[in-house]
Design a protein around this ligand. Structure first.
Ligand code: GDP
Length: 306
């Protein structure tokens, strides 16, 4: 089977083509470090979904490095670009939440269809393989199918499941799940939440309520639950607006970026780091368990360029 790196590379093939090949074309073999060259680089970065501000910033950084080092080849320019990109990604520190917390509680938020349920399933499988005992909480009681889907993933991952009748109170499901995990001495609770309610204000208020009920179930002194925002990479810059809303409502500790195998442009990863200052923790490149991996900035940049 192909490695995750190869699948990530394939997922990013379109972006790679748009970025690397375009850059190589405009730079040519004997580049002239002039305005035209860097304007082209900037356009290529915008086209790759890096966002206008970041594209300008990175271009300026690459230009400064090229002029300082008096580079004379297209490869050398691309190297400066890679270093600049990796720097942007490493600028936001990431951790997976304290593993000392038991149970470690993770709330998954994000709009419908972003890949929350699937990502919980896959991450649960990863944890289970690492020997952790996992419980899923089906707190998306708004959509009956979400509970059924989570149940299938729980079987696959060998995870326990807490759910309620459809239409039940999500905060109560989350509360019960945390209490059950404490009583059973489990390592991880992964909580699925609704991605759509009657309106956005309702959704955000409900997520905040879920968060409070988890804190209550955990008791005083326990480290707070971590919130992961699941984002569909193909939504591009629109996704950033959604992310800002979730951040305001419940705080977001990390991003799970799904569907990098589709029509997504890889620059969105850089835009997230730059605009939201939230680390990308996991990236998804397909629908099976092995299509989700922890995010590695250097691996990502290599997949984009090599
Ligand atoms: P939710 O509404 O946020 O819970 O989203 P789901 O988990 O139900 O996912 C919506 C759809 O996206 C499903 O068909 C998933 O199989 C699919 N999906 C999730 N992650 C990925 C991914 O990384 N790549 C691709 N191609 N599809 C994905």
């Amino acid at each position: 089977m192909r490695s995750f790196f190869q699948r990530l590379k394939q997922g990013l093939a379109r972006t790679h083509k748009g970025l690397t090949e375009r850059i190589k074309e405009t730079i040519g073999l004997a580049p002239k470090l002039d305005d035209e060259l860097f304007a082209d680089l900037e356009s290529a970065l915008i086209a790759a979904d890096c966002g206008v501000d970041l594209a300008a910033e990175m271009t300026a950084a690459v230009r400064a490095a090229c002029e300082r080092d008096r580079v004379e080849s297209s490869d050398a320019i691309v190297e400066r670009l890679k270093t600049t990109m990796a720097g942007v990604l490493r600028g936001v520190t990431s951790d997976q939440g304290s593993t000392a917390a038991r149970p470690r509680v993770t709330i998954f938020v994000g709009v419908n269809g972003s890949g929350k349920t699937t990502s919980i399933g896959k991450i649960g499988c990863h944890y289970a393989r690492a020997g952790r005992r996992v419980l899923f909480a089906a707190a998306d009681t708004f959509r009956a199918a979400a509970g059924e889907q989570l149940e299938i993933w729980a079987e696959r991952a060998g995870a326990q499941l807490v759910k309620s009748a459809s239409g039940g109170d999500p905060a109560a499901v989350a509360y019960d799940a945390v209490v059950a995990a404490k009583a059973r001495g489990l390592d991880d609770v992964l909580i699925d939440t609704a991605g759509r309610l009657q309106n956005k204000a309702n959704l955000m208020a409900e997520l905040a309520k879920v968060r409070r009920s988890i804190d209550k179930a955990r008791g005083d002194g326990a480290p707070p639950a971590q919130v992961l925002l699941v984002m569909d990479a193909t939504t591009g810059q629109n996704g950033l607006v959604q992310a800002a809303e979730f951040t305001r409502a419940v705080g977001v500790d990390g991003i799970v970026l799904t569907k990098l195998d589709g029509t997504a442009k890889g620059g969105i990863v850089l835009a997230i780091a730059h605009r939201l200052k939230i680390p990308v923790l996991w990236v998804g490149v397909g629908e099976t368990v092995d299509d989700l991996e922890t995010f590695d900035p250097d691996e990502f940049v290599a997949a984009l360029f090599d």
